[in-house]
Design a protein around this ligand. Structure first.
Ligand SMILES: [Zn+2]
Length: 421
């Protein structure tokens, strides 16, 4: 049977290292040194092994399920251990084409409990979803958890993390809150490419998006949620009810995670991204403050030229507000900028992209009278995403196809000449 054994947990001040051994069949799913680490801005003393083991199990367990393997650990928190079966069931329902099996072997299941001191700790990337959740829970004085999981085998300075951290610390300071800062290699210690080669087709999704990211992100926060006695960890939804796509982070999965006396809540699932945009712009307009909404993935600041940046920018415009007040330094020729972006990129739009952009178009139509004229894009109201995509794809294929054909023909002529005909 395929197995992974957690050999050793090493705690050094703020950092925990997990050393493990996958057997031969599973080694290809891990990168070189079989080590997961997490570093916090708090000391890890007095956190029991049964709690520290939770992030390790969380990162590995979906792989155990889909490969029908066993995972072996010395100690594990009882509440967390008990939630694993229902969590497995949720993922099985989400991905019916892959069998979720496997087994967890625990030397000692340990009961842990505490009297909660903090009602909420909220995962905080600084993005639109996270800010919406912050607004919804701010009266509970949430601890703000910000994470960077993309270190390689060693910790190196990352400009992206520095910018994320600075933003989160500044934000917390403004609201008199405290930060939990987490750095890890959880996004890199697994060889996701090899898992995707074997499973992505059957899953209909990638390992990171479909199975891993939510458990990695939430579980990294659990040791500190235990130390600081947090009642509930909030994670902001990225998707919304009625517009569901399979995704590791979902109310049916996240809300089933339990540990010691703590639980997890997937927040804002009832709101569309546009509804969240409204929550955020209304809130900050009312208190007359500007805010940086950080949406550009793995970037130090919003580029204003990727799909997510422009989608958010137009969402803000649709609510009648200026994106410059929300961290988007849009160019003066805004209309031409959006037009050029769509001209260059519409061919890459997926059905989901088109669905999101159409919701924004609809909102611009409804709210037309409240949109400042210099931001109003009249042409956008009749822009037909599906048709434009179709034409753009045809054009793209033709322009790509002819040079290929030309190259092939010249190569053939060259061969004909060479062969003396
Ligand atoms: Zn961007």
């Amino acid at each position: 049977m395929k197995s992974i054994v957690l050999d050793k947990i090493k705690v050094n001040n703020n950092r925990v290292d997990y050393f493990f051994t996958p057997n031969k069949n599973l080694q290809k799913y891990f990168n070189n040194n079989n080590n997961l680490f997490i570093e916090y801005n708090y000391e890890l003393t007095e956190i029991p092994e049964s709690i520290l083991t939770i992030p390790f199990v969380s990162n590995i367990i979906p792989l155990i399920w889909i490969t029908n393997s066993t995972i072996q650990v010395n100690e594990l928190d009882k509440t967390f251990y008990d939630c694993l079966n229902s969590l497995k069931e949720s993922y099985q329902n989400m991905f019916p084409n892959v069998d979720f099996n496997g087994e967890i072997l625990v030397g000692k299941v340990v009961e842990n409990s505490y009297e909660p001191k903090h009602k909420v700790a909220s995962l905080f990337s600084g993005g639109l979803d996270a800010i919406t959740t912050f607004i919804r829970v701010k009266d509970k004085n949430p601890l703000l958890i910000t994470e960077f999981g993309w270190h390689e085998s060693e910790m190196k300075k990352s400009e992206v993390w520095e910018a994320d951290k600075e933003n989160a610390v500044e934000f917390a300071k403004n609201y008199g809150l405290e930060n939990i800062l987490v750095q890890s290699n959880y996004g890199n210690f697994i060889n996701a490419r090899n898992i995707d080669k074997d499973f992505a087709k059957r899953l209909g999704d990638s390992w990171w998006h479909g199975l891993h990211h939510s458990l990695a992100i939430i579980s990294a926060a659990i040791p500190l949620a235990f130390k600081l006695k947090v009642e509930c960890i909030y994670i902001a939804s990225s998707h919304s009810v009625g517009l569901e796509v399979p995704c590791a982070s979902n109310p049916t999965t996240d809300n089933r995670i339990r540990f010691a006396s703590g639980r997890v809540f997937h927040d804002g699932f009832e709101l569309t991204r546009q509804a969240k945009t409204k929550v955020v712009v209304d809130y900050f307009s009312n208190i007359k403050e500007t805010i940086n909404i950080r949406v550009c993935f793995k970037n130090e600041e919003n580029c204003c030229n990727c799909e997510k940046c422009l989608r958010t920018i137009l969402g803000i415009v649709a609510e009648g507000k200026n994106p410059k007040d929300f961290g988007f330094n849009i160019p003066d020729d805004f209309s031409a900028h959006v037009e050029k972006f769509l001209f260059d990129n519409i061919k890459f739009f997926t059905k989901t992209n088109i669905m999101f952009w159409n919701i924004i178009k609809q909102r611009i139509k409804e709210n037309k009278n409240n949109i400042p004229s210099k931001l109003m894009l009249e042409w956008f109201l009749t822009y037909d995403f599906a048709t434009e995509r179709k034409y753009s794809l045809i054009k793209y294929r033709v322009t790509k196809f002819f040079p290929i054909l030309k190259r092939r023909i010249s190569a053939k002529i060259f061969r004909i000449f060479e062969s003396g005909y």
